[in-house]
Design a protein around this ligand. Sequence first.
Ligand code: 5RP
Length: 222
Amino acid sequence: MEQKKIAGEKAVEYIKDGMILGLGSGSTAYYMIRKVGELVAKGMNIKAVATSKSTEKLAKELNIPLLSIDEVEKIDLDIDGVDEIDSDFNAVKGGGGALFREKMVANLAKEVIWIMDESKLVDYIGEFPLPVEILPYGYKHTLKALRDNFLNPVLRLKDGKTFVTDNGNYIADLHIGKPININNILKTLNNITGVLEVGLFINMCDRIIVGTDKGVKVIEKK
Ligand code: 5RP
């Protein structure tokens, strides 16, 4: 937890007065959001778009002024967590099920920072099951299509019931194994009706902040 905390807290140093922020989701983003709350309490002029309902709830508790995604044209800085990332900053996200909103917010951002503990840094992505958001309508057929393409989908459950995203959809976790062929996977998934979004985040991030036992490391995009 300490690694996540120092990474999350370091990221707020990149926030400037007047910015519109993207607020990520998950346990590392939690520490960042708490610090953003402190900046707001000190009088900094910040507004934010939340990437999940749980982030929205936390931001409201901390009195962080929120905007909906449709109220903004651009986001100045998006700070979010990650599930797995390689040295080219190709990442897998969606472990918490918020990939759709996280990707939409990241796409609008002029600058993206990902925060993490060092376990997230890998040589090749693919060990963490790749989350894809799928439409509930016809989901059994979507799962079959994923299986037919050898993507080993597992429908995500929570407390014994089908996990439902903030958008009312389901998640299929693809157990593909590493290394994954990013282009092939994206091409295959794009052709499966029922797949709404994929937890592969490619060419999106400008800087990562990694908490380690020796302190925090900031790594810029190559
Ligand atoms: C949610 C995500 C999160 O960003 C990711 O799961 C973060 O993980 P952690 O809780 O370890 O910071 O993609 O959909």
